[in-house]
Structures are given as structure tokens and as C-alpha cells.
Design a protein around this ligand. Structure first.
Ligand code: NAD
Ligand code: GLY
Length: 362
């Protein structure tokens, strides 16, 4: 398969390209074309910067773009307002004006923080996503959701702010630890479950090659995932409708992440367990049959992902964390559930006894 592709997130005059391919970081013009004002701030973390930041600096130097850097601590527990404050302090100290561009070099944590900082700095400046994890290449770098966590709730502080472009260099995944690689597969499997039965079957057939990191199969999985996300975001940028289906498993998953302590369960792992819970609830509603639940569990297990929720979490803990989910309307929690493979719905029309049974796995 040809490894270089360009997709577009169609949003009128805010449309932007997603470049997917191998070796993209060593193409300076790809990045520099999108740095309009002659200055940039690269934001990365202590793990990713030693691997890839020099290449980004070299690219900017080659076009005489003046640049500064912020290197954040690594981890979901540092996805906080303090990190945003650190970025803004550097921007001010180094006298970056409204024409500057922020460059997020890293996974979803760096991307979400940087995008949010870009959305508020001087009421909004440009930013570029250079995602370096499976998860960020298929999900978080696309679609303009940015933000940070609050101790009481995941992603509770944020803004919609679209990047100028996304540069997903698949070669960067070569340094990604296996556990992180698998976490990203949860969001890839999500696209099959919510929207694309054919892709789900393709994943079932190709999961061993994906786990063996076959580059053609990875490229194909990233491409299909980004295309699905780009299409959905183009239709419903601000999640007034269909975009919510991208949150399959996330209401349960966010509750797990916040209750277990940010960083203990990886986001993708919590989403995997959360998707099994969503599929389980859909089964109890008799909207799907057990065979789909089993196929979901098998695929997630083959991707080395957890398929059961933490044994020590109580119903009260779930309900308390989920009661501040962004999809709560008039005090009722809405879930993304399945009516079939590739058919997700957003609904508050479920039997509360079934929900309790799902939460207690009984
Ligand atoms: P992450 O950003 O924490 O990255 C995972 C780990 O891999 C980190 O330790 C990181 O330093 C390291 N890493 C990153 N790239 C590497 C590389 N190429 N080589 C070696 N190590 C590397 O986690 P993630 O899974 O990328 O993102 C999870 C975050 O994304 C969560 O905060 C979640 O809420 C958010 N998210 C946002 C959206 C959105 O639409 N904005 C969507 C999904 C998830
Ligand atoms: N990850 C959910 C969304 O981008 O809408």
C-alpha cells in the first residue's frame, strides 16, 4: 500500500488537511507551510522531545522560523490547567504575538493541552498537531476538541479549536511502547463498532498483523479511522448530534480514569473496558445479541486490551463520576449504545436496572 495520504476535514474556511505517511517529519515544507507568522512554540514532553524535537527544530530553522519550546512532564495526571499556564508564561516571556503558531508534538495529552493553550492565548492563535501515538493519530489530533482534566472530571475544561493541519508520521510509532500501541487500538476498534461493520470485520481478520506492527496494515487502519472521524466532524463539529457516537464507551471509561486516578488506567484501556460495558448494556436491552458482545471482547483481547472494569469500583462511584459527564441532560446520563454492528445511537432510553447490572457485572 502507498503510505502517503492526505485527507481533509471539511469545515468551510477552517478546513484543514491530515497528512498520513511514513517519514513525514523529515519533510520540512510540510510543516513550515502551515506556520504563517514566522514564529512558533513547540510543546512536547520529557519522553517525546528527546526522540523527535530536534527534527522539528531543524525543519523550522530551514525556513528561518523563530522558535521556542516548552517541555511538559509526561502523563495524564499532568493534563491540567497548570500545564496550560506554563505554556502561556513561556509565550509571554518570549514575546509571542497573535500571529504565532503552537506545535503539539506528542500523544493526546500534549495535543489536548497545546490545543487548549492555543485556543485561549490572546483569544486564540494557530496550532498544528504532530501526533506520535496510535491513539492521537486516529482520534485526538483530529476534530478540534482540546482541553484539560479537573480533579472532579475528565476533560471538563476545554474548547473547540481546530488545528491548521495534522501531520501523522507513522514512523514515530516505532518507538511507542506496546501498551500504548494497544491503547490506541481501542479507538480504532471503536470506529468499526459505531460506524463501519466492514472495517470491524477487517480488523478481526487483521488483528494479528496489526499487533505485529505490519506497516501496511497500520497505515490502512489509521487511514480508515481518520476518514471516519473527519467525515463525522465535518457533519457535526460541535457535537450537537452524530459526533457524540465517537464517545462509545467513554462515559464508563472516563469514570474509570477519574476514579482510579489519572494515568493508572490508560485512556484507551478505560475506553476498551467501557466499550464492553456499552455493548453489555446494549445486549441487556436486547438490541444486539450475545455474539456481537463476544466478538467485541475477542477483538479487544486480541489487541491486548482489558475487557472487564476494575473490580473495586462501586455503583456509587460510577454514578457519581458519570453524573458530570458532558452528555448529561436534565440529570439523565445519556449513553452511546449499539443497535447493531456499525449502528450506534445516543440514548437515555435504557432500563436503569440493566445499567446497574452492567455496572456490577451481575
Ligand atoms: P499520551 O499522550 O499520554 O501518550 C502515551 C505515552 O506514550 C506517553 O507516555 C507519551 O510520552 C508516550 N509517547 C508518545 N509518543 C511516543 C512515541 N512516538 N514514542 C515513545 N513514546 C511516546 O496518551 P494518548 O493515548 O496519546 O492520548 C490520551 C489522551 O488523549 C487522553 O488525555 C484523552 O482524553 C485524549 N483524547 C482526546 C481526544 C480528542 O478528541 N481531543 C480523543 C481521544 C483521546
Ligand atoms: N473523541 C471524541 C470526539 O472527538 O468527538
Amino acid at each position: 500500500m502507498e503510505h502517503n495520504h492526505t485527507l481533509t476535514v471539511e469545515l468551510g474556511d477552517r478546513s484543514y488537511p491530515i497528512f498520513i505517511g511514513s517519514g513525514l517529519l523529515s519533510q520540512p515544507e510540510l510543516l513550515c507551510r502551515y506556520v504563517k507568522g514566522g514564529t512558533a512554540l513547540i510543546v512536547s514532553n520529557t519522553t517525546i522531545a528527546p526522540l523527535y524535537i530536534e527534527q522539528i527544530k531543524t525543519n523550522l530553522d530551514s525556513q528561518n522560523i523563530q522558535h521556542d519550546c516548552v517541555i511538559l512532564e509526561d502523563g495524564e495526571q499532568f493534563k491540567t490547567l497548570e500545564a496550560v499556564q506554563t505554556i502561556i508564561t513561556t509565550l509571554l516571556e518570549k514575546k509571542h504575538n497573535r500571529q504565532t503558531t503552537l506545535i503539539a508534538l506528542g500523544g493526546g495529552v500534549v495535543g489536548d493541552i497545546t490545543g487548549f493553550a492555543a485556543s485561549v492565548y490572546q483569544r486564540g492563535v494557530n496550532f498544528i498537531q504532530i501526533p506520535t501515538t496510535t491513539l492521537s493519530q486516529v482520534d485526538s489530533s483530529v476534530g478540534g476538541k482540546t482541553g484539560v482534566n479537573h480533579i472532579l472530571g475528565k476533560n471538563m475544561i476545554g474548547a473547540f479549536h481546530q488545528p491548521q493541519c495534522v501531520i501523522a508520521d507513522i514512523s514515530t510509532l516505532s518507538t511507542l511502547p506496546n501498551r500504548e500501541f494497544s491503547a490506541g487500538l481501542a479507538e480504532i476498534i471503536k470506529y468499526g463498532l459505531i460506524h463501519d461493520a466492514k472495517f470491524f470485520k477487517w480488523l478481526e481478520q487483521n488483528i494479528s498483523k496489526l499487533m505485529a506492527r505490519d506497516s501496511d496494515i497500520i497505515a490502512q487502519a489509521i487511514l480508515v479511522s481518520c476518514q471516519t472521524k473527519a467525515n463525522i466532524v465535518s457533519i457535526d463539529e460541535r457535537e450537537s448530534g452524530i459526533r457524540a457516537i465517537l464517545n462509545l464507551g467513554h462515559t464508563f471509561g472516563h469514570a474509570i480514569e477519574a476514579t482510579m486516578g489519572y494515568g493508572n488506567w490508560l485512556h484507551g484501556e478505560a475506553v476498551a473496558a467501557g466499550m464492553v460495558m456499552a455493548v453489555d448494556l446494549s445486549c441487556r436491552q436486547q438490541w444486539i445479541d450475545n455474539s456481537l458482545k463476544q466478538r467485541t471482547i475477542d477483538l479487544l483481547k486480541n489487541a491486548n486490551l482489558p475487557v472487564t472494569s476494575p473490580t473495586n469500583m462501586t455503583v456509587d462511584q460510577y454514578m457519581s463520576a458519570m453524573s458530570i459527564d458532558k452528555k448529561v441532560i436534565n440529570g439523565t446520563i445519556q449513553f452511546i449504545l449499539l443497535k447493531g454492528l456499525g449502528e450506534a445511537i445516543v440514548t437515555s432510553d435504557y432500563n436503569p436496572d440493566f445499567l446497574k447490572a452492567t455496572l456490577t457485572n451481575s
